[in-house]
Design a protein around this ligand. Structure first.
Ligand SMILES: *Cc1c(COP(=O)(O)O)cnc(C)c1O
Length: 226
């Protein structure tokens, strides 16, 4: 068995069957994506649009049909390309971005799934910090003002901390917000909580995560010197 398939199997065995696994392939080559697909993995996450386009066009031209989620900060001028290559954008963190995704999807006549990113970590700048702003986007979606956007739930990157209590509190905060939003906007049928990375996914699953985003624990350490 290959390194990647062994790692994938180990992670799948350590989470409940209904928790989705997004394999974060950033900084890893198309060959690694294909290797993971041969081991049964279908959903991948990338945070840079240009890198993702080149890589996933290559994978798809080989006859594979991966699903791609954008999980990193998304600039407005990259939205057009992002909605071409992805089936979900997990990092919607401001009203203007939702507006731009709607505009670009309307042109393509495509509906895209989105998660709203919630800010919980001091090290990360992205994510909604303001509940009022978040709820006004949700209200727009519930009022069908963004017909090409299908909100599915929330995403967060927890603070990088050795203190499990801090990490757990962050996940719990997002889950509480998710429950509040689900109660206020039942028509949106929010189902997904994307929480947990290589270092904290077990805590995230305990706190109600439905989708974990794992890079290092599948593909090994990323080489930032390249
Ligand atoms: C890189 C990244 C991940 C995966 O991180 P690992 O620690 O390698 O598992 C998950 N989510 C986001 C938003 C990322 O940028």
């Amino acid at each position: 068995m290959s390194f990647i398939s062994e790692k994938l199997q180990k992670i799948r065995e350590s989470i409940p069957a209904d928790v989705k696994l997004v394999a974060v392939s950033k900084m890893n080559p198309a060959e690694s994506v294909i290797e993971a697909m041969k081991a049964g993995q279908r959903v991948f996450g990338e945070n840079r649009i240009q890198e993702a386009s080149i890589k996933f066009d290559a994978v798809r031209s080989g006859g594979f049909e991966p699903e791609l989620h954008i999980i990193g900060f998304l600039q407005r001028n990259k939205v057009k390309e992002a909605v071409r290559i992805a089936s979900m954008i997990q990092s919607v963190d401001r009203i203007e971005l939702a507006d731009e995704i709607e505009k670009q999807c309307a042109k393509l006549n495509k509906t895209i799934d989105v998660l709203f990113e919630i800010h919980t970590g001091e090290d990360s700048k992205s994510g909604f910090k303001d509940e009022t702003e978040l709820f006004s986007v949700l209200e727009n979606c519930a009022a069908q003002k963004h017909p090409h956007i299908k909100p599915k739930g929330f995403m967060t990157v927890a603070p990088f901390s050795d203190d499990e209590k801090i990490v757990r509190a962050a996940f719990r905060k997002v889950r509480t917000l998710f429950e509040k939003a689900s109660a206020e906007f039942p028509a949106l049928c929010l189902t997904e909580l994307s929480m947990g990375m290589s270092g904290d996914y077990k805590t995230a699953v305990e706190e109600g995560s439905t989708m974990i985003r794992i890079g290092t624990a599948i593909f090994g350490r990323r080489d930032y010197s390249k």
